[in-house]
Design a protein around this ligand. Sequence first.
Ligand SMILES: C[S@@+](CC[C@H](N)C(=O)[O-])C[C@H]1O[C@@H](n2cnc3c(N)ncnc32)[C@H](O)[C@@H]1O
Length: 170
Amino acid sequence: MIENLIKKFGKEAVDDGHCIIHFDENAKTFREMFQRYALYDTVIEIGTNRGITAALLSCYAKRVITIDIELNDWCFKFWKYLKRDNISYFVYKPEDIYSYLENETFDFAFIDGDHTGNFPRNDFEAVKKCGKVLFHDYFLDKRFPAVNEVINSLEGHLWIKEPYVLWRAE
Ligand SMILES: C[S@@+](CC[C@H](N)C(=O)[O-])C[C@H]1O[C@@H](n2cnc3c(N)ncnc32)[C@H](O)[C@@H]1O
């Protein structure tokens, strides 16, 4: 499967520098954390990019809703090739993402959008109602200080394994 993906889409189909479908320790950590609480009904992803993680998430949830501020057509051919038909892809302005999420029901969220300024905090506030949130790009060297800030302020259970942090409300 992986060889076919590389043949069709190039090496970036499995690792474009942002995604987690590759073979290192990060990929293992992601799967471990995501699958920790079994199967999900609806998963939210903030930050789609090429839709690579969305494809992976869609194997373990009935539905994936992935949201970005920029459209990337690459996603469609990638998901079609993988026969993933349970991914809804929305492109919104940042402020509209939050009003969309307010009215949506979901049971897991993956935050991987803008890692700077108020975005990590606001993204978390918008999805925390689901009770289980996975953050990407948490580094002890604080290369994304805004991500560290929000994580260090959280109550509840944290499972930290750089570059991921899984938060659970109870
Ligand atoms: C690191 S990439 C996401 C990678 C993707 N989650 C994956 O693993 O395949 C970050 C994405 O976040 C998007 N982004 C930037 N600012 C955003 C915002 N405020 N809300 C949602 N997405 C945003 C960017 O356009 C980019 O596509």
